[in-house]
Design a binder for this molecule. Sequence first.
Ligand code: SF4
Length: 248
Amino acid sequence: MSEVWNMWHGCHKLSQGCRFCPVFQKDYLYGRNPSVVFKTKSFDLPVQQTRSHTHRLNPDDHLVRTCTTSDFFIEEADPWRDDAWDMIRQRPDLTFLIVTKRPERISSCLPRDFGEGWNNVAISCSCETQYLADRRLRYFIPLPIRHKLISVEPMLGPIHLKQYFEQYPTAIEGISCGGEIGSSARICDYGWVLDLMLECTAYNIPFRFTQPGSRFRKGQKVYCIDDDRQKSLAEKSGACYRAEKICG
Ligand code: SF4
């Protein structure tokens, strides 16, 4: 099982995929302002030790999902990010997965010794529509990152990535895509998922369908899907291609 490292908390909405951001919904529920970005108590989790002097952060699959309640490249975290990179540098035994909607900030936020990318860092660019994919991928794809992924979540419309696969045939290690969760979730159409998967298959790019979302359209019918059935239905759909190769 992977583990989560939320070194800071809080964010600002910046695109359509943020509309029903679960971080905002949860914070409002607890009377907290989600736009205030602060360092958490888990800030130094990767270097914390147990009484028996082993690392506290030790997931079975060596995968650490970072910043699930913020964005690793958010401006407010600029003064703290070097320390976070330093802790990542100290844990080559783990893979740190960073998902961001701010790829235009990445190049100015990388550590000096990042070179062509560290082997223990995978960065995924989140693109929920074609418009956002076209805006964000031009920053993201040319960056010196060893493990680059694209996350089409929540998928809010048809997305075609063929032009990027053609232009940069070896740049992207995998694509994941899934629908939106929640009572106000927007529809995810199975046809969009299959079209993207076919593109990935044609260019030999690993693809994983992670979840249908709370409102899922297949053919003419829209299905309302409970949270606890998301993963199993995505797996049952068979919409995947070499998915075991995708980190996360
Ligand atoms: S970038 Fe992510 S965490 Fe920040 S508001 Fe958007 S969905 Fe929420």
